[in-house]
Write a protein that binds this ligand. Structure first.
Ligand SMILES: NC(=O)c1ccc[n+]([C@@H]2O[C@H](COP(=O)([O-])OP(=O)(O)OC[C@H]3O[C@@H](n4cnc5c(N)ncnc54)[C@H](O)[C@@H]3O)[C@@H](O)[C@H]2O)c1
Length: 432
């Protein structure tokens, strides 16, 4: 057991202070470790150095605890990695324009650690990657500089399972899967992580840990695709898919509810399964479930727009020239992340069709500088007048702090992609 005194002597590091890395650094501090956060984004480091944070979903008392602890510092100076006993790498793992894994962020971080390695340091990759990345990509970066695994450094993979905005599960109480490149490397991570997380799940290898994360996200993608397909079929039959899911989930075994929506968003579910597809192709295997789920989920923004067109048509209006308000462009409710959000795609499709589009999102004041779009827009202010001016309103993200009754009262038609209006009866509401 790592006693309190020993804990105070150890310095932990986190590379990449985003949605995953910053909450992780907060947990390191809460567990009593001196913690250094590293990022290349000067704006983030400046904010943290002023005692401010940029993730809106993190409760204020947690922010206070972080800065009052005196244990946390943030820097762009990677030379300070030479003070760090354990470093967790939490940088982005996107797809490139050919939909292939872009591991450049992970490689750059690993290089920075290898070049400034403290003897005996433990390195944990937390970014989502395909099975084999830690051994095939990271290990050689360290070995090329003369380091030897389990001799002067240790290397493991531990998937981040963060769910921003989840009120019940947070970084600490989500069981932490750890798989070392060797038994000794895995054990080294567990010795420290057991002081930080409520439960550790040790798995036989880094590859098992990498594949675990991919399984979890593929499972979600495939099941969401299934209910999205059923939504379209049941709609044609006049059956509300949400009613069906509510009933099906009363079965106490063998069924887990997944919910349809306007398409996948965020940094994980739309991307991670394709890391596996890419790797599987190297073995001559096609990942048919993943491709099919991707195809169905990617179609959903178009389905929402087609639904909107048919609803406008009922009111003798065309999409061209119609005013359409999107409510919510974050990829899920109550968070400030619009990466890969289907809301962006829906706005683009509506604009292509000649609609006059605006959006309201209390968490996303502006859309700009996004990977998947050149779109630049600002959130409008939600008012009764604004709603009355619209030819259609589309609920894309069901944030909790919106008065939906008022939206229905003041709108002519509402297309609801999230079942946000399930408690309101009105013939102005259309599900999509
Ligand atoms: N967001 C989630 O809910 C979530 C959940 C589980 C796993 N993940 C995975 O965790 C990883 C990180 O995701 P995120 O959402 O936190 O991303 P993010 O974009 O919010 O944060 C990444 C941070 O890394 C920084 N960065 C980039 N290159 C760097 C470098 N070379 N050195 C230091 N910092 C660098 C960026 O400036 C940014 O602040 C990804 O692999 C993602 O798939 C994300």
């Amino acid at each position: 057991m790592d006693g309190n005194n020993e804990r105070k002597e150890k310095v932990l590091g986190v590379i990449g202070l985003g949605y995953v890395g910053l909450p992780l650094a907060m947990e390191f501090v809460r567990a009593g470790y001196k913690t250094i956060g590293f990022d290349i984004d000067v704006k983030k480091i400046d904010k943290l150095s002023r005692g401010e944070i940029y993730l809106k979903h993190i409760q204020e008392d947690r922010v206070k605890d972080l800065f009052n602890s005196g244990l946390f510092s943030a820097t762009t100076d990677f030379l300070q990695l030479n003070k760090v006993d354990l470093v967790s790498i939490c940088v982005p793992t996107p797809l490139d324009k050919y939909r292939q894994p872009d591991l450049s962020f992970v490689e750059n971080s690993a290089r920075a650690v290898a070049e400034n390695l403290k003897q005996g340091a433990i390195v944990v990759l937390e970014s989502t990657v395909y099975p084999g990345t830690t051994r095939e990509i990271l290990l050689p970066i360290f070995e090329d500089l003369g380091n030897e695994l389990d001799m002067n450094f240790y290397l493991a993979f531990s998937p981040e399972r963060e769910d921003p905005g989840n009120k019940k599960f947070n970084t600490r109480n989500i069981p932490k899967v750890v798989g070392g490149l060797s038994e000794q490397s895995g054990r080294k991570v567990v010795e420290i992580y057991k002081n930080v997380f409520d439960e550790i799940v040790e798995v036989p290898s880094a590859e098992v840990a990498e594949a675990t994360k991919i399984l979890e996200n593929t499972y979600r993608s495939v099941n969401i695709a299934l209910v999205n397909e059923l939504k379209v079929i049941f709609d044609k039959m006049g059956i509300n898919v949400w009613d069906v899911i509510e009933a099906a989930k009363t079965k106490p075994f063998g069924f887990k509810p997944f919910y349809p929506g306007p398409g996948l968003g965020g940094h994980c579910i739309p991307i991670d399964p394709f890391y596996l597809s890419w790797k599987a192709r190297k073995f001559g295997i096609n990942t048919r479930f993943i491709e099919l789920a991707g195809e169905i989920n990617t179609m959903m923004p178009e389905y929402v727009v087609m639904k909107t067109i048919s609803v406008l048509n009922k009111n003798k209006k065309s999409l061209k020239g119609s005013k359409v308000l999107i409510i919510g462009v974050a990829y899920k409710k109550d968070i400030d992340d619009s990466r890969e959000s289907p809301g962006i795609k829906i706005i683009e499709l509506l604009e292509e069709g000649g609609a006059e589009v605006s959006y309201y999102d209390p968490y996303i004041p502006e859309i700009y500088n996004m990977r998947q779009t050149d779109l630049v827009m600002s959130s409008v202010k939600l008012s009764d007048e604004l709603l009355k001016e619209q030819d259609a309103v589309i609920i894309v993200t069901a944030h909790s702090n919106i008065d939906y009754k008022n939206v229905v009262d003041n709108s002519s038609v509402i297309v609801d992609t999230r079942n946000a209006l399930s408690n309101i009866k009105s013939d102005k509401i259309f599900k999509a």
